[in-house]
Ligand binder design. Structure first.
Ligand SMILES: N[C@@H](CCC(=O)N[C@@H](CS)C(=O)NCC(=O)O)C(=O)O
Length: 225
């Protein structure tokens, strides 16, 4: 039995999809980020960075793991699945996982901030992060041209990237012309465990988020006019 502390965000889905794929028994503790629960002292004892996700493994003396990539590696190694144990196979998965942790995740995160949430519209920042996301997507597309999955068999590297790339429209980054990436995205999206994991701790209605964002943009245009 494990506890997952999470919210409905890409980094949270990386942990919940992995737990679902592995069929592990876990309970969900919804961290309400709108109430800043991730900064409360009790939570900082589990995750010094004050962010989601975190897991606590009750079968291992309540061992706590923070950082989504570290959580995925811990769960894969605990079960011996979603990552091979031979040196080269393991390294290949970790390389693509690190590419997500250091590249796709932070860059899409910044694209979201400047494109969706910043109180001031800064075209230089929006273009910089969206262009870098598109470049990173092209790296994934090239890899997927000759490979069904990113690192050998379906692995935590695929789950990590899927959780972020799925929201490309929210980041305002096109995947037009990236046929291999689209094919991979469609395939992973069809997996039952992925669907279940993406509904943790609650379903995300991307269409509604996009409609509401459009309405907000309309009302701002209305005020400015
Ligand atoms: N490198 C961390 C990043 C985690 C992260 O940025 N989580 C976001 C949600 S996706 C968060 O908790 N944001 C709340 C905050 O910054 O206070 C990881 O991969 O676990």
């Amino acid at each position: 039995m494990l506890t997952l502390y999470t919210s409905a965000t890409p980094n949270g889905w990386k942990a919940s999809i992995t737990l679902e794929e592995l069929g592990l028994d876990y309970k969900v503790h919804h961290i309400h980020m709108d109430k800043q629960e991730q900064k409360e002292p009790w939570y900082l004892k589990l995750n010094p960075n004050g962010r989601i996700p975190t897991i606590v493994d009750h079968d291992n003396g309540d061992f706590a793991v923070f950082e989504s990539g570290a959580i995925m590696i811990y769960l894969a190694e605990k079960t011996g699945r979603l990552m091979p144990s031979d040196v080269n196979g393991r390294s290949t998965v970790i390389q693509w996982l690190m590419f997500q942790m250091g590249g796709v995740g932070p860059m899409m995160g910044q694209a979201n901030v400047f494109f969706r949430y910043a109180p001031e519209r800064i075209p230089y920042a929006i273009e910089r992060y969206q262009r870098e996301c598109r470049r990173l997507f092209e790296v994934l597309d090239t890899r997927l041209a000759d490979n069904r999955y990113l690192a050998g068999d379906y692995s935590i590297a695929d789950i990590a990237h899927f959780s972020w790339v799925w929201g490309y429209i929210w980041s305002g980054v096109s995947i037009d012309g990236l046929d291999h990436l689209s094919r991979w995205l469609d395939e992973i999206q069809q997996r039952d465990a992925v669907k279940r994991g993406q509904d943790v701790p609650e379903p995300t209605d991307l269409d509604r988020m996009l409609r509401e964002a459009d309405q907000r943009a309309e009302s701002v245009r209305g005020i400015l006019a």
